[in-house]
Each structure stands twice: as structure tokens, then as C-alpha cells.
Design a protein around this ligand. Structure first.
Ligand code: PA5
Length: 438
């Protein structure tokens, strides 16, 4: 049994049952191509069976290295960009004990994850290097190709800082590389220097790689259960494989509905969350769908908002602006902690009608009220709900979106596993920088 629920009641006035049913035969074909690894980009369908095939020894090795990193370091710098970074950050920010610095569950030793190599901001790197002067730290460098400019520059800087701080030999014990099995500059460097190395499987692309060591190693370092994460993904994988009808398969329903809406002119999808800890989950989702579908002059533009915060900035547009979008709303049935609204004898703020109620109750009513208002404002909205944020449910959510994205990309008629457009900026940048050998 999966925990995730998918609710399409707020698109039913835009999409008829007949329109949905028309996709069943096409869905059967796409599912066959996915499970038999025959569709477009079939060399990159390794993620499909990944949750069920992760080796117990590999999990144990990552847990052991995570413990080692936690024992020797207050900080782990995770270097990577795109698919080599967003999954980790999505999961770790969602599961973080607290959004406030140095405020964490004291029962376990806390190693803080910080990120580098996901942009080229010099001031950020300057601040990071000077902050690390007084920290004990390790580096997890992640790059499938091993040649991406942003993480390569960050790694060169941080490696030099680490070697100056600890000496070359001791620094090498603090560097963990996650990269291709045999190719790329990072692989060669890791072999030469004797870094602990983890492999990104050949048949798993960056944005589908969070359930490989790309995500699992740093997530374990942050103190989260990678076994529970994988378990949730495995449950979802089994469920989606078993259910072949659009109606019973939530990933298929989502994929079909978003394509029907797209064909009706809803060319943007806004992923809306009501919990700021999910902000990076939205970033991960944006990459997954944007890089998978935006090609050949087609594709839904994936946007994100964090409510209720953004109801006070983007709410006006969503309610009353151009109607070229639909929303997908992620809601939680419960939060991890309870905060009750207190009674106030003067009640000058008029909030006593909420006294004794949980803040999450108000948040839930805000979500419900907003979904109804947006529907009234001609914005169809889909709802995806999980009982609470934990590793298991995030694992479900990750696999749900991965499968939905693959099906949706196939319905759209593109290869959801390549990203040829990403090369255009690199070519110009290398020309401008005078990269030799170009
Ligand atoms: O999804 C993708 O393939 C990309 O976002 C890559 O993950 C990103 O460009 C980083 O590539 P690499 O891991 O090769 O450094």
C-alpha cells in the first residue's frame, strides 16, 4: 500500500472521462516501452528498477562512510549541480530538524551539509572558503561526466583549501567522489589521489539519480535513513508497475491529465507547496520536468510557488491573470510537530476563534480555500498528498514524479532522458573563455 494520494476533482470541469480514457491504449504502449526498456532514450531507463535493485552492501557501505564523515567533520561540502545536487538538497531540506542555524536534534551528532559548485558566484565561494577556515569538514564531489565547469571549479578551490588545512594525505581521506565508473576527469583524479569513490550507473541520468549514491551518500551524511527513502520508492515502484489503468495508477493519471491540460492551452504548470521545507523539492521537480520535456519547441513550463507566502506575491496573478497554467498542489496530512494557537484575554487581533487550534489546521484550510478559489478563477488544480514529511513518503514522491515524468514525456513525443539544449550556453561560454581544444 502506498501513502501518497492523488486527487483530480478540481480538473474535472476542464477534462472529461472520455478524454482521459482515450489515452489508455497509448499509456499501455508507453508503459511497455518503459518497463521493457524500449522507448526513446532507453539507455537511460536504469532508474525504473533502481529502488528494488539497490544492493544491501552498497547501502551499508554508504552508511559506514556517512558515519565516518560525521565523526570526522562538522560540515560536509556537497559539490555538484543540476541532477548531481538538487535531489540531495530537496530531501535534506525537507527532512531538516529546523530551519534555524545550530538548532537541531541534540540526540545525534549533526553534520551540516553545505553546497558548492551549483553556480559561479565568487562572493559565495569566498564566504564559503573563509567560513570553512574554522570548521572541520569533508567534501563529497558529485559529477557524472566529471567535466562540468561549475563543480570542477568549486572542487579545485575546495580541494586546495582542504589540502592546505589537513595536508594532502589526510585531505584525501576526507574526499568522497561520486562519478562515472570509468570515464571523466573526476574519475581519473579520484583514482590518482586515492579518494573513496562511488559509481553513478551508466543507465541513470542526472535528474533521475537521487536514489543512487549521488543522493544517498550525502543524505546519509545528513543523518537521514536512506533505507526508508529507498523503501518508500520501492513501494511506489511496485504499485505503479502493478496498476495498469489510468484510473488506478496515480503517476499515469497525473501524466495524462497534465498533457490534456497542455493541449488545451495550459502551457505552464505551477507546483505549489504549503510547507517551505519543500521549496527545494519544487526545485528538484522543476529540473526533472523542465529538462525532460522542454525540447523540440514543446513542453509544459514548470514553475513553483511556496504558499501561503507567495499568495501575497503571486496569488493575484494566479487568481486573475492570464489563464495559461494549471497548478499541482502538494499537501501534507500532518506536520511533525504541534503548535497550538493560544487564547488571548483581550483578543485585540480577533484570533480567539482559532484558540486551541493547530497552525497546521489553519494552513490546511488556507490550502483548501485557495484550491477552491483558483478553480473559481479558471485555474484547474491537481492535489498530491502525503501523510507527513518523512523518508518513506519522500521516497514515494520521488519515484511517483520520476515515473510520471517519463510517461508524460513519451505522451508529449520527446525523449525525456536527454538534454541537448543544455550544451548551447556551454559552447558560447567556452568560446568566450578561450578554452583550448575547442
Ligand atoms: O540531469 C542532468 O543530466 C543534468 O542536470 C546534470 O545532472 C548536470 O548537468 C550535472 O552534470 P554532471 O553530473 O555530469 O556534472
Amino acid at each position: 500500500m502506498i501513502n501518497l494520494t492523488f486527487d483530480d476533482q478540481h480538473v474535472r470541469s476542464f477534462v472529461s472521462n472520455d478524454e482521459i480514457s482515450l489515452f489508455q491504449r497509448e499509456l499501455d504502449l508507453h508503459r511497455k516501452n518503459i518497463y521493457q526498456r524500449k522507448g526513446k532514450g532507453s539507455d537511460f531507463l536504469g532508474w525504473v528498477d533502481l529502488p528494488g535493485s539497490i544492493d544491501d552492501d552498497l547501502l551499508a557501505q554508504m552508511e559506514a562512510d556517512a558515519t565516518k564523515i560525521r565523526e570526522q567533520s562538522d560540515v560536509a561540502v556537497v559539490i555538484g549541480i543540476g541532477g548531481s545536487y538538487l535531489g540531495t538538497r530537496a530531501v535534506c531540506e525537507a527532512l531538516s530538524d529546523s530551519p534555524f542555524p545550530n538548532h537541531t536534534n541534540a540526540k545525534r551528532k549533526h553534520t551540516e551539509l553545505v553546497y558548492a559548485g551549483h553556480h559561479l558566484d565568487e562572493d559565495y565561494l569566498h564566504a564559503l572558503l573563509s567560513w570553512l577556515d574554522s570548521k572541520s569538514y569533508s567534501i563529497i564531489v558529485i559529477s557524472k561526466s566529471g567535466t562540468t565547469t561549475e563543480p570542477a571549479i568549486a572542487f579545485r578551490l575546495l580541494r586546495s583549501h582542504l589540502e592546505t588545512k589537513y595536508g594532502k594525505e589526510a585531505a584525501a581521506k576526507r574526499i568522497f567522489a561520486v562519478t562515472d565508473a570509468s570515464r571523466g576527469a573526476l574519475k581519473q583524479l579520484a583514482d590518482n589521489e586515492g579518494y573513496t569513490t562511488y559509481v553513478i550507473p551508466d543507465d541513470v541520468g542526472g535528474r533521475y539519480s537521487v536514489l543512487t549514491p549521488v543522493g544517498l551518500l550525502p543524505i546519509a551524511v545528513a543523518g537521514h535513513s536512506i533505507r526508508e527513502l529507498v523503501k518508500g520508492a520501492k513501494m511506489m515502484a511496485a504499485h505503479l508497475k502493478k496498476e495498469d489503468s489510468i484510473e488506478k495508477n496515480p503517476a499515469a493519471s497525473y501524466a495524462v491529465l497534465r498533457n490534456i491540460l497542455y493541449n488545451k492551452g495550459k502551457t505552464t504548470e505551477i507546483l505549489a507547496g504549503y510547507n517551505p521545507s519543500l521549496t527545494y523539492f519544487t526545485e528538484w521537480w522543476k529540473q526533472l520536468f523542465g529538462e525532460s520535456e522542454g525540447k523540440e519547441g514543446k513542453g509544459i513550463f514548470p514553475a513553483g510557488v511556496s504558499f501561503t507566502t507567495d499568495l501575497h506575491s503571486m496569488g493575484q496573478y494566479i487568481q486573475d491573470g492570464l489563464k495559461n497554467f494549471f497548478e499541482t498542489v502538494i499537501t501534507l496530512e500532518d506536520t511533525r510537530h504541534r503548535v497550538l494557537i493560544p487564547n488571548d484575554k483581550d483578543d485585540l487581533d480577533g484570533l480567539n476563534y482559532l484558540a486551541g487550534k493547530r497552525v497546521s489546521h489553519v494552513n490546511r484550510m488556507a490550502a483548501k480555500g485557495t484550491m477552491m478559489a483558483h478553480l473559481d478563477g479558471d485555474v484547474p488544480n491537481l492535489q498530491i498528498s502525503i501523510p507527513a514529511i518523512n523518508e518513506n513518503n519522500l521516497g514515494e514522491l520521488i519515484y511517483f514524479f520520476e515515473m510520471a515524468c517519463a510517461i508524460s514525456g513519451y505522451i508529449l513525443g520527446v525523449n525525456p532522458f536527454d538534454q541537448p539544449g543544455v550544451e548551447a550556453y556551454k559552447k558560447n561560454m567556452f568560446d568566450l573563455l578561450g578554452k583550448p581544444g575547442k
